[in-house]
Design a protein around this ligand. Structure first.
Ligand SMILES: NC(=O)c1ccc[n+]([C@@H]2O[C@H](COP(=O)([O-])OP(=O)(O)OC[C@H]3O[C@@H](n4cnc5c(N)ncnc54)[C@H](O)[C@@H]3O)[C@@H](O)[C@H]2O)c1
Length: 440
């Protein structure tokens, strides 16, 4: 099938490359000329394990191409995916400008019937608005092309996006009574459904809510254990033991029960905020979502306060990890950004190391030092703070760390170290959800 994917960011690029991998002919469209130029040259513009090979293979095969001109892509496309960003506005609502521009542009230049699919995460009702915009634009043009709007939210995770796309645990499709678009979407995903990947059909509004509900639920699970981590610190309990004891219950499960400095990234924070905005807009209370947001803020703030409180004036801080999570170069809503800003404001020197995200971090924080290894970041530091649990930080030798640092505080924002081992090496270990008195 011929299709185009508008927006070649973390979702659009992976989707375009993977649809081509599944045998479709795909044109990726982006307004960013630099991105498109690099992609045409086979340069992978984001760090995503496995993506480079898929890109290269499909560019070579001719099944994948890129353009900045949507008009070029439309004539051959049976399906047009919109995968543009929907970042949070100041008032927490999702910024849908790009989504509407894309829907309108498609309607303006379409010369045949096609299926318009929203892959971006959009608040419930956005599909209906897109449908109206498309119908109005077609009417203005005096043409009668059939362009139904379908919701097909994306569930890929950065860091395993290629695998998630080629082996999804579910494909959610929201269609409001249009058999033709259902047939097309079924055919498009046949390479996956044929091998047993479940496709769930539903109405468009439910599909839009599924995405927000899934992200808010996972964010809530994280905030729940983070909330308990403070109680553990206060009472002498250990949140790791609590999570283990809870997670062995089949009904609860161990995933997303790992206490840390809170969720970040481009999805959980913005989707939780968008639900809060939707609650205000509709008047429907969503108090659990509001609490999830507040707990996350509180968790980050109280950890950073602990770091700032122990630092002498003009201290040197070694930061381990910058991206919002391992296996991605994405710095959106990364805890590291907030901490860097706070440390710079307080007049401290920051030496940071991240195996992949340093280029993106440099664009946001040009005035800190970037070094080439964990120990270089720790050298002569008053404090080392682990923010992203990249594998390279897991095997750090505590004796070596202790001898390299000037001070002794090791802040473990991801709870990956053994407190006793750190203590034995002479370090003052501050993890999350463990009372400090048992550790120092
Ligand atoms: N990043 C994730 O892990 C993830 C996972 C699931 C869902 N989503 C959702 O997918 C959507 C896209 O997220 P992302 O992380 O890929 O965003 P992104 O910012 O990485 O990519 C968006 C791309 O769209 C392009 N763009 C903007 N306006 C355009 C236009 N008018 N025409 C063509 N291109 C245009 C931008 O240049 C950019 O390359 C969001 O709604 C997000 O919530 C993201």
């Amino acid at each position: 099938m011929n299709l185009s994917v508008i927006g070649t960011g973390y979702v659009g690029l992976v989707s375009a490359a993977c649809f081509a991998e599944l045998g479709h002919t795909v044109i990726g469209v982006d307004i960013d000329e630099d991105k498109v130029k690099k992609l045409k040259n086979g340069e992978c513009i984001i760090y995503e394990p496995g993506l480079e090979e898929v890109l290269e293979r499909n560019l070579k095969s001719g099944r994948l191409s890129f353009t900045t001109d949507l008009k070029e892509a439309l004539p051959t496309s049976t399906v047009v995916f919109s995968a543009v960003a929907t970042p949070p506005n100041e008032d927490f609502s999702a910024d849908l400008k790009a989504v509407f521009i894309v829907a309108q542009t498609v309607a303006k230049y379409a010369d045949h019937d096609l299926v318009f699919v929203n892959k971006s995460t959009v608040p419930v009702g956005t599909g209906k608005k897109c449908q109206k915009l498309i119908s109005d634009t077609l009417k203005e043009r005096g043409v009668t092309h059939h362009i139904p709007v379908v919701s097909n939210p994306e569930f890929l995770r950065e860091g395993s996006a290629v695998m998630d796309t080629l082996q999804p645990d579910r494909i959610v499709v929201g269609i409001n009574g249009d058999d033709w678009s259902k047939e097309i979407i079924d055919e498009l995903y046949q390479p996956l459904t044929r091998v047993g990947k479940p496709m769930v059909h539903m109405d468009r509004e439910s599909a839009e809510i599924v995405k927000y509900a899934s992200n808010a639920f996972l964010a809530t699970k994280i905030s729940f254990i983070n909330m308990l981590s403070e109680l553990c610190e206060h009472t002498g309990a250990n949140v790791r033991n609590v999570a283990k004891g809870m997670g062995l219950d089949d009904r609860i499960g161990p995933r997303f029960l790992h206490a840390g400095i809170g969720y970040g990234g481009s999805c959980f924070p913005k989707d939780v905020k968008a639900l809060i905005a939707l609650s205000k807009e509709t008047g429907i209370p969503l108090p659990i979502v509001q609490s999830t947001y507040e707990v996350n803020q509180h968790q980050r703030d109280r950890f950073f306060k602990k770091v700032l409180d122990i630092l002498p004036e003009k201290a040197t801080v070694g930061l381990w990890g910058l991206s919002f999570k391992p296996k991605t170069d994405d710095m959106r809503e990364a805890p590291a950004s907030d901490l860097i800003i706070a440390l710079e404001k307080a007049g401290h020197t920051v030496k940071a190391f991240d195996p992949i995200a340093m280029d993106n971090a440099k664009a946001l924080h040009p005035n800190i030092q970037y070094v080439s290894s964990p120990m270089e970041a720790a050298k002569d530091a008053n404090t080392v703070v682990l923010l992203t649990e990249w594998d390279v930080f897991r095997g750090v030798n505590m004796e070596e760390l202790s001898n390299t640092m000037k001070g002794k505080h090791l802040f473990d924002g991801r709870n990956i170290y053994d407190a006793q081992e750190a203590k034995n090496a002479g370090l003052k270990y501050i993890g999350i959800g463990v009372s400090t008195s048992t550790k120092s």
